[in-house]
Write a protein that binds this ligand. Structure first.
Ligand SMILES: [Zn+2]
Length: 409
């Protein structure tokens, strides 16, 4: 098919710049869910969709929904999109790239009057980042029919609830549950990688195999505090020395398995004095993996190692779970579709897991879902320095377009 993908790609890059003007804080990009700038961004997005020949509306929870009919009206839709809310002082590409690229896919078809067997639905989703309220993924949860009973009651720092903010925005909290999408054959999302893997491999694009699940624990090591000068080394029960050995065991276990990552990001020491042997150490443990069974096995191995170290060092250890999120394994047919799109363009079909959460994992409850990652400079995201090259943007749009054209509902 003779599409002007190069033209669409350069317009996409320009639009990403223009779109970053919708911000709550002048001089930086901060677009929190349901803020005035979020509203203005939704309106602009819907305007572009209408100009491209789509029908567009903003749903009850503040997602933009735009539809491009297929050959027959009312056909099942391939839904494409990402979020348009951002973190504070964000980059221009996280989320926005996927939403605006979805629009660009349709624009290329509309320019040539091409209709597919399936409809295309473009979505710009709200509250993926979960910065404003004590909740996250409100938009995709509503689309997928997974909104919790208390979703409208979550508050921001000023005490404004999601329901109140929605009313001010022009949404309808009473009808939040009606935002559930119907007739969706599949959901796909293009997103920046937010990590350094594609750059290290010298690849522009990668197919996401799974969005990692996570286990978070609080590990407490109790030894015996004592005088740093008076207790000989062989009579000590040093909690920090034991914790240090455990932390190295965590690192070794994660390094021994591809795609498993484990991090100790916080370490507290008591009493925390230069001349006292630490009696207590407390550290956080974060373990992530593309498969729940691999993650559970790693956590169990780490537990066994810590128990062994504690016994040898005559200290006590307790591992307390504080958070658990399951992995989302991307749909095999979607993954294969992206593989075909990449190989069709002469690119390797490289697979990688997503270390961060995305709307895709929520949308997976509604329909088969998957993601395509594009290389970002230095793996930097959630930062104004976030960037992709125009060439990579063009390749990403071409791959997403190819996927949409070849999709079989
Ligand atoms: Zn994102």
């Amino acid at each position: 098919m003779d599409l002007d993908t190069a033209g669409a790609a350069s317009r996409l890059m320009t639009r990403l710049d223009d779109f970053s003007a919708f911000t709550d804080e002048p001089g930086k990009l901060t677009r929190l869910y349901l803020s005035p700038s979020y509203r203005a961004a939704c309106d602009q997005f819907a305007k572009w969709a209408v100009e491209a020949g789509m029908s567009a509306r903003i749903d009850a929870v503040g997602n933009v929904r735009a539809r491009y009919e297929g050959k027959s009206a009312g056909a099942p839709a391939l839904m494409i999109g990402s979020h348009i809310d951002t973190v504070r002082d964000a980059g221009r590409f996280d989320g926005n790239l996927g939403a605006l690229a979805a629009l660009a896919v349709v624009e290329q078809l509309a320019e040539k009057g091409i209709r597919l067997d399936h409809a295309l639905e473009v979505v710009a989703i709200g509250d993926e980042e979960g910065v404003r309220f004590s909740t996250a993924m409100t938009g995709s949860r509503a689309l997928a029919g997974g909104l919790s009973a208390t979703a409208m009651e979550a508050k921001d720092k000023q005490g404004v609830t999601v329901g109140e903010a929605l009313k001010a925005f022009g949404g309808d909290p009473e009808r939040a549950y009606s935002a559930r999408a119907r007739g969706v054959a599949a959901f796909v999302e293009l997103h920046i990688e937010q990590g350094p893997v594609l750059e290290a491999k010298g690849l522009a694009l990668g197919v996401v195999g799974a969005i990692n699940g996570a286990t978070r624990m609080l590990v407490t090591v109790t030894g015996l505090a004592g005088h740093a000068g008076c207790v000989p080394m062989d009579l000590r029960r040093d909690a920090v020395a034991a914790a240090a050995e455990m932390i190295l065991a965590v690192e070794a276990r994660a390094k021994a398995e591809p795609d498993l990552v484990a991090t100790v990001g916080r370490l507290e020491v008591e009493p925390g004095a230069v001349n006292v042997i630490p009696g207590l150490a407390r550290f956080s443990l974060d373990v992530r993996s593309p498969r729940d069974e691999w993650r559970r096995r790693a956590v169990s191995d780490i537990h066994a190692a810590a128990t062994q170290i504690a016994a040898r060092r005559h200290v006590e250890t307790v591992m307390q779970p504080v958070h658990e999120a399951p992995a989302y394994v991307c749909d095999a047919r979607i993954v294969a579709g992206f593989d075909r799109a990449l190989t069709g363009m002469g690119l390797p079909a490289f697979h990688l897991p997503s270390g961060a959460g995305h709307d895709t994992m929520v949308m997976g409850a509604l329909a088969p879902a998957g993601m395509l990652f594009v290389r970002c400079a230095g793996g930097v995201s959630h930062n104004p320095a976030e960037s992709i090259t125009g060439e990579d943007g063009a390749l990403a749009l071409a791959a997403l377009t190819r996927f949409a054209l070849e999709f079989k509902g």
